[in-house]
Structures are given as C-alpha cells and as structure tokens.
Design a protein around this ligand. Structure first.
Ligand SMILES: NC(=O)c1ccc[n+]([C@@H]2O[C@H](COP(=O)([O-])OP(=O)(O)OC[C@H]3O[C@@H](n4cnc5c(N)ncnc54)[C@H](OP(=O)(O)O)[C@@H]3O)[C@@H](O)[C@H]2O)c1
Length: 232
C-alpha cells in the first residue's frame, strides 16, 4: 500500500483526508505545527511536526523527510489558513505570512519530493486550492493571490511532470465546514446545502488516487449547492 504525506492533518480537510486514507490501508504521515494535537495512535500513522511559515527550516526538513521515507509517493497539500480584509488592514508581515504558508511553503515541500517522484512508477501531488483561486473577490486580495499562486504552480507543474508518472491535481472547494472559519468574521450558512463537508473532499482525493495510469484529474471545482455566507 502507498505512503501518503498529508499536510495540515490536525484539522478540517487534512484530518478528514488522513482518516479516510488510514481506513483504506494507506500509511499516512500527517503534519501539524504541534503534533500533541493528534489523538490517534493508529499503527499506520506517523505525526510530523512542520511549520510552513519558516522556509529556511522547512526546506531542510522536507529534504530529510524525503530521504528518510522514500516510500512516500503521494502528498496532499491541505495546510493553510484564511485572513480576509481590505488591503490596508494587512501589515507587510501579514501579507508575507499568508503567501508563505498558503503558497511558498507548499512549493518548497513539493520541490523536495518532485525529483524522487519522477523516478517512481506512480506519484501524486494533490493541492487544495479554493474558489478564491478562480476569481478575485472583495476583502480577499492577499488570500486570493495566495490561491491563484497555488493554481498557477499546480497547472505548470502538471505540464512539467507529464512525461513522468507524476499526476498533479488541484481541488478548488467553495466553503467547507471546518475550523478554518473559527478566527474569521463569517462562516457558511447552517443548511447542509450551504457547505461542503471535509469528508466530501476526502472522497474526491480517494477518486483521484484511484484513477488508472494514463489519465490525470487536472482540476476539480466543488461547491455547496447554495452559497450562503453567514456573518457572526
Ligand atoms: N474551509 C474552507 O472553506 C476552505 C475552502 C477552500 C479552501 N480551503 C483551504 O483548505 C486548506 C485547509 O483548510 P481547512 O478548512 O482544513 O482549515 P483548518 O481546519 O483550519 O485546518 C488548517 C490546517 O492547516 C495547518 N496550518 C495552518 N497554518 C499552518 C502553518 N503555518 N504551518 C503548518 N501548518 C499550518 C493547521 O495545522 P496546525 O494548526 O496543527 O499547525 C491545520 O491542520 C487551506 O489551504 C484552506 O485555504 C478551505
């Protein structure tokens, strides 16, 4: 069975993806900035402490992880956070941090694994983008920029990897009912048609991993049936 690295596995989408993959027998490496958050003692789960905001450490850590665990052949990039507001509400440091965690950190991790992945019979890189990767919206200048960056990166990488057996996929969800909204001033509406469940995305990841060799899911857009934003 394949080994999967899930970033941001302590919460929300990453946690649902990690749980679903464990149920199917995958060996899962799950990242968090604080591994004491993981309650599981599953024999196929290995916690990995990783902070996507400190790039100098991340590059070396990713390299070591790849060397130590060459069996990893899938990465699901779920780590990230949201900060919204008009541009003048962001400090320079906040702009830098959002771009680093949501984009540059993911690119650095991919950079460490792609050379080894290109030598494998099959490997998968699955990025969680966003509806904010498709359309810029008010209050979202920096967040949208970070997600547009992920989209451009994954599209280009998909082309770059086409001659190898590395499949690169981007999933762009609308609002997913997770802890993402805890620090924010808004959240999805209460009706079940107002949000995606993290388990819906775990099912999408499963589908992507089950595709036959020779095809790739380039991009998936998943939305709640009725988009309702509730202000707290
Ligand atoms: N929820 C939505 O509506 C939605 C919609 C579209 C896209 N997305 C995207 O989906 C991804 C996951 O979001 P979610 O809804 O699952 O949010 P979540 O429940 O808040 O989970 C975020 C995860 O990212 C990790 N993380 C945050 N900052 C980090 C950092 N500096 N370094 C390392 N890890 C960090 C967290 O781990 P620790 O705190 O344990 O370190 C946590 O596991 C994000 O990229 C988000 O932009 C979410």
């Amino acid at each position: 069975m394949r080994s999967v690295l899930v970033t941001g596995a302590s919460s929300g989408i990453g946690r649902a993806v990690a749980k679903a993959l464990l149920r199917q027998g995958y060996f899962v490496f799950g990242t968090s900035r604080d591994c004491s958050q993981f309650e599981t003692s599953h024999s196929h789960f290995l916690p990995v402490e990783m902070d996507f905001s400190t790039l100098s450490l991340l590059a070396e850590q990713a390299k070591q992880l790849q060397i130590k665990h060459p069996s990893i052949s899938v990465i699901v990039f779920c780590a990230g956070y949201g900060r919204f507001g008009s541009l003048e509400q962001f400090s320079y440091q906040q702009i830098d941090s959002l771009m680093t965690v949501n984009f540059t950190g993911q690119a650095v991790l991919a950079r460490a694994f792609v050379p080894g992945f290109k030598r494998k019979d099959r490997a998968d890189l699955i990025f969680i983008g966003s509806e904010s990767a498709l359309q810029g919206r008010r209050q979202g200048a920096v967040y949208c920029a970070s997600k547009f960056a992920v989209r451009g990166f994954s599209q280009a990488l998909r082309e770059e990897c086409a001659k190898s057996q590395v499949k690169v996929t981007l999933i762009n969800p609308g609002m997913v009912k997770t802890e993402f909204f805890e620090p924010l001033a808004f959240e999805p509406g209460d009706d079940e048609s107002n949000y995606i469940l993290p388990e819906d995305l775990a099912a999408a990841v499963n589908y992507i991993l089950m595709t036959r060799p020779g095809i790739v899911v380039d991009e998936l857009v998943i939305n709640p049936l009725n988009k309702v934003v509730k202000f707290k």
